[in-house]
Write a protein of this length. Structure first.
Length: 340
């Protein structure tokens, strides 16, 4: 894999030794190769990561299912498989101005990061805007801009596909600090026609208030589910959209509904490696009173609702009631009383 710093003329394992059986130390490091430190990039950019490991054969054998992850401006790291992805980590929606980026390598099962790169600074400039803020080219991703089948550069109108998030479900509870998103893209087009027009599109996900949307190739994301690690306890939201295959802009009508869910881990991975200076490193183990776990009876079922001190409790209660079709005002008020 060209993303891994593989030295020339790698020595084979001695005497047919299987690297899967290697039990010695593994020295793993990574670095962000692009954007370069101090570079200027557009609002949509790829991230190139170099991974070095010694011995490399043991890394390839043991980390075959591992991920490399990217955190922009100390946001929750989004992750892509190291060995199973043909496209680089891709982000869109970056605001103009200064940003930071760092990369990490997960443990073999992709649950937490074991090695972080140094942090790089870069700057975003939107060159599609004039000095007065007007778009240079009024192309915001209309489906009418697709090339036609004759290849003469003309346009043809096609229906815009729509993203639907399948997992996590609304107000579900995830009990690990890592999770994957399952989604599908619905279209009225024949599959062959859809593939013709959207084979270069990405599905991009907005996670909480992250400074950029993390994107996966539309056709790869079904086999290689988008993943996030080091997710903090509490309520989170995610949504998704499809990009225009030519311009890379979001297709406005392709947005999914926003999905809210809860993470309640009881801090199961206190040995996770965290980057120096990150917001997540400042999080301390939960003290008494940081969280409350409510047991709520709905008909014959008992449903658990974890509430963190930092959550918006009014929104949390309303989301829970809506998800369970308990639309009366007493539902949210009773939950708020229990939390307080």
């Amino acid at each position: 894999k060209d993303l891994i710093g593989e030295p020339a003329g790698e020595e084979p394992a001695p005497n047919g030794f299987q690297w899967e059986l290697y039990s010695g130390d593994l020295n793993i490091s990574c670095a962000v190769m692009y954007p370069l430190h101090g570079a200027t990039v557009p609002p949509r950019t790829q991230v190139l990561i170099e991974i070095s490991a010694e011995p490399l054969g043991a890394f390839k054998a043991k980390y075959i299912d591992a991920f490399h992850c990217v955190s922009i401006d100390h946001s929750t790291p989004s992750c892509w498989p190291i060995f199973s992805l043909s496209s680089l980590p891709f982000f869109t929606g970056l605001a103009e101005g200064p940003h930071t980026v760092r990369a990490g390598v997960t443990n073999p099962s992709g649950e937490w990061i074991v090695a972080w790169s140094e942090e790089r600074e870069f700057h975003v400039i939107d060159e599609s805007q004039n000095d007065d803020g007007r778009a240079v080219q009024e192309n915001k991703g209309s489906a009418e801009d697709e090339p036609d089948s004759d290849g003469d550069g003309g346009g043809v109108r096609v229906d815009v596909p729509v993203c639907i998030i399948l997992h996590p479900t609304e107000m579900s509870i995830i009990t690990t600090s890592h999770f994957e998103i399952e989604s599908r893209v619905e279209t009225s087009l024949e599959l062959e026609v859809f593939a013709q027009y959207f084979n270069s599109s990405f599905v991009c996900y907005g996670f909480d208030d992250a400074p950029a949307k993390a994107c996966w190739s539309l056709y790869e994301q079904y086999d290689l589910l988008p993943r996030w690690v080091h997710v903090t306890d509490g309520m989170h939201t995610v949504d998704a959209y499809v990009t225009h295959p030519n311009s890379g802009e979001q297709l406005d009508d392709s947005w999914s509904e926003s999905r809210s869910f809860l993470v309640y881990t009881q801090h199961e991975n206190m040995n996770e490696a965290l980057p120096s200076g990150s917001q997540q490193q400042q999080q301390q183990p939960a003290e008494e009173g940081d969280a409350v776990l409510l047991s709520i009876d709905i008909d014959t079922l008992t449903v658990l609702l974890p509430a963190q001190r930092s959550d918006d409790h009014t929104l949390l209660a309303q989301k829970f009631c809506d998800a369970h079709f308990l639309g009366n005002g007493d539902c949210a008020e009773s939950i708020l009383r229990e939390i307080k």
